[in-house]
Design a protein around this ligand. Structure first.
Ligand SMILES: [Zn+2]
Ligand SMILES: [Zn+2]
Length: 352
């Protein structure tokens, strides 16, 4: 068995020396394996891309014309003699974990993934499938013990209740969520009997890619296409967080607004964002979900990429695992179109 690391950190990004390829590189490289199409993981300018077949549509919707090779879930692709395969991560449509096998070792790079302590799943994409490995390179966006997601069915019911009461009061409901992934999850959970569903122009191309991939979403309209003022007052309007306070939002007249994000679990986050409501709905693993996902890999070594690295590394070491971190350029928010919401300073509960 070789003891050489299958993934190392280079200025361009996470690199597999044996296979001579990068995973989600942040600078242009010759060959990139892409976990998913969020802006901080999938960038323009690489020579050749490898991504999941399930994610090809959304990747092209975001990056345009690229040299793209796709792989089905679990299909082996040999890069420079290294066996690479992609496995569902449950985060957004087509999101993949990258499994790398070489010299008797198996490493898995998670990308972003959704595993919830309460066993919910994201209905708009394939569920996370744990892969046994020697080393697991994991995200840790919500890697603090305070993060426990409420049941998704309950959150979606609260969103529909909020929308219904706004519709009865005659004001549109502006629901802010990232254009890719969160918006489609919100749409899939929306009760279309309440009123029309309007989406921002940044959301609709992603909806199209989801529909083409066979994901059922309710009918959506662009704001420009809805000139019936009475209908607008009953509408759910799904838009990226960046429209908050914009001229586009003012076209809605008087409205109620809400932000759907894992960050809404932080005390004071809703108020800092200046929205009427905050709904805790995340496409990332919560603290118990991260623990469950890591345990399921059986890995003895874990490397943390982005999120609360220090807290997660310390916890892993306490479990007797070999743990470290890579300083990556992946973001704490899922997209470029976000409100500037940095992870707030939090005090850890005593005793972890
Ligand atoms: Zn990420
Ligand atoms: Zn992501």
């Amino acid at each position: 068995m070789s003891t050489e690391d299958l993934v190392v950190l280079r200025p361009q990004g996470l690199y597999c020396p044996a296979g001579d390829f990068f995973i989600d590189p942040w600078r242009p490289v010759a060959r990139a394996v892409i976990t998913h199409a969020h802006a901080d993981h999938a960038r323009r300018g690489h020579g050749a891309y490898l991504a999941s077949a399930r994610g090809a549509g959304v990747l092209r919707a975001r990056l345009g014309e690229i040299t793209l090779q796709t792989a089905e879930w679990g299909e082996a692709v040999h890069l420079n003699g290294v066996r690479v395969s992609l496995h569902p991560a449950g985060h957004v449509l087509g999101s993949a974990q990258v499994r790398i096998e070489h010299g008797g070792q198996v490493w898995v790079v998670s990308g972003d993934y959704f595993v919830s302590g309460n066993h919910d799943r994201n209905a708009t994409c394939d569920a996370f499938e744990p892969q046994r490995c020697d080393c697991f390179v994991t995200e840790s966006t919500f890697g603090l013990p305070i993060y426990h997601w409420p049941a998704q069915a309950q959150v979606l019911a609260e969103i529909n209740d909020w929308w219904r009461s706004n519709a009865e009061a005659g004001r549109p409901s502006l629901l802010l969520g990232y254009s890719f992934g969160k918006a489609q999850r919100l749409l899939a959970g929306a009760d279309a009997s309440i009123g029309p569903i309007v989406v921002h122009g940044a959301v609709e191309p992603l909806n199209r890619a989801y529909r083409e991939a066979g994901v059922a979403l309710p009918a959506t309209l662009l704001l420009e296409a809805l000139d019936d003022k009475a209908a607008l007052r009953r509408a759910l309007v799904v838009a990226p967080p960046a429209v908050h306070g914009s001229a586009w939002a003012r076209r809605l007249g008087e409205f109620s607004d809400a932000f759907a994000s894992g960050w809404m679990q932080l005390r004071g986050a809703r108020r800092r964002q200046g929205v009427d409501r905050g709904f805790v709905l995340s496409d990332h693993a919560d603290w118990p979900g991260l623990q469950r996902a890591i345990a399921a890999t059986g890995a003895e070594r874990v490397i943390v990429t982005h999120g609360y690295e220090a807290v997660m590394v310390r916890w892993l070491q306490q479990q007797g695992l070999q743990a470290g971190s890579f300083r990556t350029e992946f973001g704490s928010a899922d997209d470029a179109d976000v409100l500037p919401l940095p992870p707030a300073p939090v005090s850890l509960p005593a005793g972890g």
